[in-house]
Design a protein. Structure first.
Length: 369
């Protein structure tokens, strides 16, 4: 039952400062706030397993301090199946997946949203740095209706709209991003003023289920097939031996164990012959991409209908979006960048922008040129 007929919002409480500040802001805005902690899979015996228990304890403590109800959702099985296994399978195929995009689609705005609404939530909220704007538009019949636009956050250094391109109108209608108009430092101040002890907690790591900075050892422990093979230059001359192709990605310099000359950069992964192709040229033409196809495309609102369409896109989180054209070729979506981008890999997400608005995005399928 709702208290005093207030709108009920389930906010994902991770145990960190962003979700705590989000809960504070929602409570100040008059919502009936429920802190929901998602238990996600961690590798058994890793430092992250112990850290997860501490984070759950912190999340419960934060909810108690703020005087809000608290629930836990055990999503470890689903997270392992939908996010971790996906990550492992894609790497085994020679692709470069983005597990955060997958997690948002399947877990945070998938299973979590479904469970929260099933438990009586009117809205869900997370600590993501992004904004949602309601806009009145006229539909094809001339009647007014509400359209929800996904926008970049105020804090450009923390903006996470790139990871949210799989949201749709139904989800945006039920979602609140309390931190969209705040900076990270402002979020810390909000938490500190309200006595939240994690106000100065450090940033979390890039991928929540991998303890190491680099992924190779995790992949090996999770039984991704690793077979040593030849390191060759572009002419096919053997220069050394690699540890297994899943240890490497396009443009990588680290862990290429060739003595003497160098440095070397990965310019190709030949899975058919189990060869790692390297070059000393940082700007090697094989590292530069201008045109690629997309799969699993999602449009946040109305899909584009007139092609070619001029938009901006980015293929990695930490990069500026670049002008691009979306083409239609043989019934496929094809993106052509205005300038070549380095180390674009199949499996990465390409996200489309119109100024500050996220139009949608998809997964890079094939590199064309």
């Amino acid at each position: 039952m709702k208290k005093n007929n207030l709108s009920k919002v389930f906010v994902g409480i991770s145990g960190g400062v962003d979700s705590a500040a989000s809960a504070i802001l929602l409570k100040e805005q008059g919502y009936e706030v429920v802190g929901a902690h998602m238990k996600l899979w961690k590798e058994k015996g890793s430092p992250l397993e112990a850290k997860a228990k501490e984070e759950e304890k912190n999340a419960r403590h934060i909810a108690e301090d703020l005087g809000i109800d608290f629930v836990t959702m055990d999503l470890r099985k689903e997270f392992k199946e939908e996010v971790v296994n996906y990550f492992l399978e894609e790497y085994a195929r020679g692709l470069t997946p983005n597990p955060c995009v997958r997690c948002n689609r399947e877990i945070k705005f998938g299973l979590f949203a479904k469970k929260a609404i099933g438990m009586g939530a009117d809205f869900i909220a997370t600590g993501h740095y992004a904004r949602i704007r309601k806009t009145k538009i006229k539909n094809g019949k001339g009647a007014e209706e509400i359209s929800y636009r996904l926008l970049k956050a105020k804090d450009k250094n923390k903006d996470q709209s790139y990871f949210l391109y799989n949201l749709n109108q139904k989800l945006l209608k039920k979602t609140i991003f309390p931190l969209g108009n705040f900076t990270k430092e402002e979020a810390r101040v909000i938490a500190k003023k309200n006595g939240v002890f994690v106000y100065d907690k450090s940033e979390s790591q890039e991928i929540c289920f991998i303890a190491e900075k680099y992924y190779g050892e995790f992949l090996k422990r999770q039984k991704v097939k690793m077979k040593a093979g030849e390191i060759v230059n572009e002419g096919g001359c053997v220069l050394g031996e690699h540890r297994g192709l899943p240890f490497y990605t396009l443009g990588q310099r680290r862990d290429i164990r060739i003595g003497g000359t160098g440095p070397y950069f990965v310019v190709g992964l030949d899975y058919k012959n189990n060869r790692l192709i390297v070059s000393c040229d940082f700007d090697n033409e094989k590292l530069l991409t201008q045109k690629f196809t997309l799969r699993n495309i999602n449009w946040v609102g109305d899909r584009l209908s007139d092609f070619p369409a001029k938009i901006k896109t980015k293929v990695r989180y930490r990069m500026e979006e670049a002008p691009a054209i979306i083409l239609k070729e043989r019934n496929k979506a094809v993106v052509k960048l205005s300038r070549k981008s380095r180390a674009v890999m199949p499996g990465q997400s390409a996200v489309f922008y119109l100024r500050n608005q996220v139009l949608g995005g998809g997964i890079i399928d094939k590199i064309l040129e």
